[in-house]
Write a protein that binds this ligand. Structure first.
Ligand code: ADP
Ligand code: MG
Length: 209
């Protein structure tokens, strides 16, 4: 998919692309979309600044639309895990830019901030949850968040999350999302430790470099 208008994107989304000033998809976007849109699990090895957020967000927005925008969902349908508050917040900014016109809302859950405001945003029934693994695991354990509708799951900067020691939290989070889900795994590096985790949590993934 080498042009935005080759995708199945609704008019609203193409309008947001135009307003953002994006003229053509980045390589990772062009390669990821056909795979993600067909529902495959995916491993993407790509460096920072390559446009990964839009690579997983646009198919995620289509996934949400196919599920009727989540009117009957028990919780968010798309979950994106990121290593830090800063990276999680950056993802949320893209969600806002591109999801708003379609009425798609998001919540960003990270540690080091009070839970009250994050929980009240959850009550607005956002379709997308962006979270750092520690805080999300914490909220799942105290049953303050329901991830049983999260059928589109993204691990962003997965190598960094593993470096930071988040593997146990990630594993527990994945026990709380449907087994029958689509999982997208983004990493900047591809060492043995990362391969091992990717192999454990993905089903017949297609790899893009
Ligand atoms: P990564 O997650 O790979 O580091 P981002 O998704 O954060 O990259 O994107 C990096 C920057 O490029 C952001 O400022 C984003 O708005 C911009 N960007 C993403 N896709 C495009 C595109 N197709 N055309 C122009 N700019 C883009
Ligand atoms: Mg990123």
């Amino acid at each position: 998919m080498t042009a935005f208008d080759q995708g199945p994107w609704p008019r609203d989304l193409l309008g947001a692309v135009q307003r953002a000033g994006y003229t053509e998809p980045t390589a990772i976007q062009a390669q990821s979309w056909p795979i993600a849109l067909q529902g495959y699990d995916m491993i993407s090895v790509a460096k920072t600044g390559s446009g990964k957020t839009v690579a997983f967000l646009f198919p995620g927005l289509m996934h949400i639309a196919e599920r009727g925008n989540g009117r009957d969902a028990r919780g968010p349908m798309m979950l994106a895990l990121a290593p830090t508050r800063e990276l999680a917040t950056q993802i949320q900014e893209e969600c806002y830019k591109f999801g708003q016109a379609a009425g798609v809302q998001s919540v960003c859950l990270y540690g080091g901030a009070p839970k009250g405001r994050q929980l009240s945003q959850l009550r607005a029934r956002p379709q997308i949850c962006i979270a750092t693994p520690g805080r999300l695991n914490d909220l799942l354990e105290s049953r303050m968040v329901d991830m049983s509708s999260a059928t589109y799951v993204v691990l962003d900067e997965a190598d960094r999350m593993l470096d930071m020691g988040f593997e146990p939290q990630i594993r527990r989070i994945l026990q709380n999302v449907p087994v029958d889900r689509q999982t997208l795994f983004f990493t900047a590096t591809w060492p043995k430790a990362v391969i091992r985790v990717a192999t454990a949590i993905l089903t017949n993934p297609i790899q893009v470099n």
